[in-house]
Design a protein around this ligand. Structure first.
Ligand code: PGA
Length: 254
């Protein structure tokens, strides 16, 4: 089975509702970046989800995702947003375990695991992010770290449920730094991730960390790199569209 290629924009804490609308209109106008081989999704901040969802309507060009969610479905968790709320607003995807959530919001492997289970129960597709620090990278521990995080995220999750998920390998040192892992090395780490649970065989694994139009094609041409999770370069419709176009070129030249 060939795996779906995906380009996912993670806007982080950027864009007001008005800015989000402008982006969506600009991207929808870029017909050249929507092809069946490449799925395009954006993850705006919570405040813009409803407006973006309304603009997207029932078109199938751009899918909607959230940047995080709570593992509980409701309750006394001030500031948190639940899976049913994301489903109601039209999200298909939810990003879980991003390193910024792990480091600034104290999300542990155990919390990520609970979030994954809740997302799946509510038919959201989790995009589970894992990655090693620079110190771990330098110590040659990248594979060990990402395999441990992957196994923890899917602990107690049945194979057929894992098969519905998406993984993202984001070396923490590459995020927002302008540094990118060498495509062949990233591919090697991602191949090891794929091999740690049988059910991951057909699961798309995205690369994230300073992905730009200029490096997207070489990364996605790799056997185990099924697309990109894009932060900074997803904030402008033009550069995000270029990444999707380069993803298509990579897929077509495989
Ligand atoms: P970046 O962010 O593309 O700005 O490095 C990627 C991410 O954090 O998902």
């Amino acid at each position: 089975m060939s795996r779906q290629t995906l380009i996912v924009g993670n806007w982080k804490m950027h864009k007001t509702i008005a800015e989000a609308r402008d982006f969506v209109l600009a991207l929808l106008a870029r017909d050249d970046c929507f092809v069946p081989e490449v799925r395009v999704a954006i993850c705006p901040p919570f405040t813009a989800l409803e407006a973006v969802s309304e603009l997207l309507g029932d078109q199938s060009k751009i899918a909607l995702g959230a940047q995080t969610m709570h593992w509980a479905t409701s309750g006394p968790y001030t500031g948190a947003v639940s899976a049913p709320m994301l489903v109601e607003v039209g999200c298909t995807y939810v990003l879980l375990g991003h390193s910024e959530r792990r480091s600034y919001n104290a999300e542990t492997d155990e919390i990520v695991n609970r979030e994954v289970k809740t997302a799946l129960e509510h038919d959201l597709i989790p995009i589970v992010a894992v990655g090693e620090t620079l110190a771990e990278h330098k110590a040659g521990q990248a594979k060990e770290r990402v395999v441990a995080q992957t196994l923890a995220a899917f602990d107690g999750v049945a194979g057929e449920q894992i098969a519905r998920c998406i993984l993202a390998y984001e070396p923490i040192w590459a995020i927002g730094s302008g540094l990118t892992e060498d495509p062949a090395s990233a591919n090697d780490v991602m191949g090891t991730m794929r091999g740690c649970r049988e059910a991951l065989h057909d699961v798309p694994i995205l690369y994230g960390g300073s992905v730009k139009p200029a490096n997207a094609r070489a990364l996605i041409a790799q056997e185990n790199i099924d697309g990109a999770l894009v932060g900074g370069a997803s904030l402008e419709a033009a550069s995000f569209a270029e990444i999707a176009i380069n993803a298509r070129r990579a897929v077509q030249s495989r």
